[in-house]
Design a protein around this ligand. Structure first.
Ligand code: FPP
Ligand code: MG
Length: 336
């Protein structure tokens, strides 16, 4: 089974999620549906709701209305983070399209992000499930901490690997993990099942962001949906750059220190750095760590007994797909 089989199998369920996503941003304030429909039509593989549905299925609950609306909740929170992140990063292109901040301005991007978060909370309030509300708000708090931590440490080349992995856990793994966890909670997962699902989500999330960070330097721009080297230009010290810096000679170290402080980095400098990354195997180092997390993620699901174990294979396929984004040109990289 590969990712295409998963999407094929979940087609009608995911169509229900898509419908909920497009119905729940209705508002009599025209800018809200205007921006939301643009954003939601820009693509994205809906990985988070997919994890919610799959975890619910794994624990014996099929895709009913409640599962669908929790899929919508995690996608709204994710969409809000991107709306805010693109303002912070001053990003102008995402998923091959102009970002909302580039098209409507930063204020609109922030405010519609706020609307989507409020809407997500309102959907959660309909059922008032304490465990679910606690899980998702805790993950969102961690996610925001990740965003703030990354912002606070931008353009600092001397951050260590532990810090880089901590930011990744907070800003990306937290929401991916809770997306899967919600499915388990909705299906009344046992503690053993919930632990396995959370551990899968944590490691899958780590791999997901590491792949994103490797692809940021080493992907076809058309496939990536944005220019390469964006992290470098924005001053984000991700693992490929950290690895290069620590393996560079004194001359190159000095050059990197200069580049990372410079807010006007161009394609020439990016290409120069990418060349060194290949020479020092910094991309490979990042890809290998992502592979390690993917394999560990898959192993967690083997540690619990599930009512519908056939869905473990679906999780495997989603996890492997994340890594194939680097190697397979047929796998679109634009999944965020
Ligand atoms: C994308 O990372 C950014 C995130 C995953 C989260 C950042 C978090 C915030 C900005 C806080 C906002 C939170 C809420 C709840 C509104 P990236 O910049 O590495 O990815 P990219 O290249 O796709 O932009
Ligand atoms: Mg960004």
């Amino acid at each position: 089974m590969d990712f295409r089989d998963v999407t094929q199998d979940l087609k009608s369920d995911m169509a229900k999620v898509e419908k909920a996503i497009n119905e729940n941003y209705k508002s009599d304030v025209p800018l809200i549906p205007g921006i939301s429909s643009y954003l939601m039509s820009c693509g994205g593989k809906r990985i988070r709701p997919m994890l919610t549905l799959l975890a619910a299925k794994l624990c014996g609950r099929d895709t009913d209305e409640i599962v669908v609306k929790h899929g919508c909740v995690v996608e709204y929170i994710h969409a809000a983070t991107l709306l805010h992140d693109d303002v912070v990063d001053e990003t102008t292109v995402r998923r091959g399209k102009e970002t909302v901040n580039a098209k409507w301005g930063s204020d609109a991007s922030i405010l519609v992000g706020d609307f989507l978060i409020s809407r997500a909370i309102l959907i959660l309030a309909e059922d008032c499930e304490r465990k679910i509300i606690q899980a998702i708000t805790e993950a969102t708090k961690i996610l925001v901490e990740g965003g703030i931590l990354e912002y606070a440490e931008a353009r600092k080349i001397k951050v260590n690997e532990k810090h880089i992995l901590d930011v990744i856990y907070r800003k990306t793994a937290s929401i991916l993990s809770v997306s899967a966890r919600l499915g388990g909670l909705l299906a009344n997962a046992t503690e053993q099942q919930e632990t396995a699902i959370i551990s899968f989500g944590d490691d899958f999330g780590m791999a997901f962001q590491l792949m994103d960070d490797a692809l940021d330097y080493d992907a076809d721009e058309k496939v990536l949906g944005k220019p390469t080297g964006t992290d470098f230009k924005e001053g984000h010290v991700t693992l490929p750059l950290h690895h290069l810096y620590h393996n560079a000679d004194r001359g190159l170290k000095k050059e990197i220190e200069g580049f990372i402080k410079n807010e006007n980095i161009g394609t020439k400098e990016v290409q120069y750095i990418v060349g060194h990354m290949h020479k020092h195997k910094s991309i490979d180092y990042t890809l290998n760590l992502a592979r390690y997390y993917i394999d560990r993620a898959k192993s967690h699901l083997r540690k619990a007994d599930f009512p519908e174990p056939k869905y473990i294979e679906y999780f495997d396929a989603v996890a492997d797909y994340i890594h194939s984004r680097h190697t397979s040109p047929s796998s679109p990289a634009v999944v965020k």
